[in-house]
Design a protein around this ligand. Structure first.
Ligand code: ADP
Ligand code: MG
Length: 382
């Protein structure tokens, strides 16, 4: 990939360019906790966006996408571009400008090996590699956390996706063999060691290839239900701001005052945060089996209490749970489609993948894609 990009750069613009990379991410546990000011536990992966880039001394941006085989040229302004992909780059330039950080024009070629739209956050990798490279080349002096925020705002304003900050944060802060326990309230974080390969395990994603249209409307409903639960508990405990502040006991106390469905949604979020903290303790104690149980518990909660799973995800998670050598499995992402993430012993890996993809195809008529991932380094200059 890197050689391709450099070759293409030379062909289009001549000479040499600096090369940067920024990866996609997985989230091991902590789903629908971000907007409730809880924790998430992402890690950067060994699939990334690569960028060859050189300032051109002018104002114009010339950008070639290897994967779309398309060149786009623009003068940065708030006006969106007709090419969807180029808006992520425009967005990063414009959001940097909003903070007073001016970039000049540049020539560049980029491409990557993160599957698009599979939930591994190719969009955050794209924003992050540009934010990181522009910061470095133009001496903008931003921290990685500031660059993550720039990427998030680019996604909000130029791609129209109101995402949290986890994806960009993980892409920029990742380190090999370390997960990021990110506090979505303070944006403080702690690194948690995670090296399943060393213990004979592998992390593998299985892509259901479906995205049910319920996803965005149900997402909004879940957010409202969480807010409704907080409002009820706050009547007794005025200092409560979000589900983060509510213990299982406090929720129980207010159970009779809220709709059963609201109770159930809030209970999931509160339990998921507790599971995540236990999962981190398990990793600190080198206890992968307990970690895996927390992953599986997360899926059960998402399925039965938060109700954002779907038959395809449940099919894969059930199969994993029944297979010896699989420590944990859960749906990853907002739900209603996307991938499951599985912690699998190296010995069981191949047979499990064959069985899971074969059975899935028989049941649903689609062969899932499989992505083996390793927790790896975040944004960097190569
Ligand atoms: P994901 O879950 O992968 O982040 P999104 O829908 O948020 O899915 O982002 C995918 C979009 O990001 C693509 O439609 C494209 O516009 C842009 N993108 C991602 N990867 C690339 C790439 N390699 N080249 C060009 N654009 C890309
Ligand atoms: Mg995305």
């Amino acid at each position: 990939m890197m050689n391709n990009i450099q070759r293409k750069f030379k062909e289009l613009f001549g000479g040499q360019a600096a090369v940067y990379a920024s990866p996609g991410r997985v989230n091991l546990i902590g789903e629908h906790t971000d907007y409730n000011e809880g924790f998430v536990l992402p890690g950067a992966i060994d699939k990334a966006m690569f960028l060859a880039i050189r300032p051109n001394g002018g104002k114009q941006v010339n950008v070639f996408s290897i994967d779309y085989d398309e060149m786009v040229t623009f003068l940065p302004s708030k006006e969106k571009l007709p090419e969807h992909w180029a808006n992520y780059i425009l967005g990063v330039v414009m959001e940097l400008k909003e903070t007073g950080a001016e970039t000049g024009g540049f020539d560049c070629v980029f491409g990557g090996d993160i599957p698009l739209g599979a939930g591994l956050s190719s969009s955050a990798a794209l924003e992050s590699v540009f934010a990181f490279a522009l910061n470095d080349l133009f001496g903008l002096g931003k921290s990685r956390a500031e660059l993550a925020r720039i990427g998030q705002l680019a996604e909000h304003h130029y791609a129209g996706v109101r995402c949290g900050i986890m994806d960009q944060f993980a892409s920029l802060h990742g380190q090999a063999g370390q997960l990021i326990k990110l506090d979505c309230r303070s944006l403080g974080f702690e690194r948690i060691p995670f090296d399943p390969q060393a213990a004979g395990y592998r992390l593998v994603l299985i892509d259901t290839m479906v995205k049910h249209s319920l996803a965005s409307s149900e997402y909004n409903v879940r957010r409202q239900q969480c807010e409704a639960g907080v409002a009820v508990v706050r009547q007794k405990h005025p200092s409560v701001i979000s589900l983060r502040d509510i213990s299982p006991e406090m929720l129980d106390e207010s159970k009779s005052l809220m709709e059963p469905i609201v109770f159930q949604r809030c209970q999931y979020v509160i339990e998921e945060n507790i599971r995540l903290l236990r999962a981190c303790d398990a990793l600190q104690g080198n206890d992968l089996p307990t970690f895996g149980q927390m992953m599986t518990g997360s899926h059960e909660g998402l399925r039965h209490k938060f109700e954002v799973s779907c038959v395809e995800l449940d099919f894969l998670a059930d199969l994993a749970t029944k297979t010896p050598g699989i420590l944990g499995a859960r749906m990853m992402g907002g739900g209603f489609g996307g991938c499951t993430i599985n912690l699998v012993s190296a010995a069981a890996h191949d047979a499990f993948i064959e069985e899971a993809t074969g059975n899935f195809e028989k049941q649903f008529g689609l062969k899932p894609k499989v992505y083996d991932v390793v927790i790896s380094e975040g944004a960097r200059k190569l």
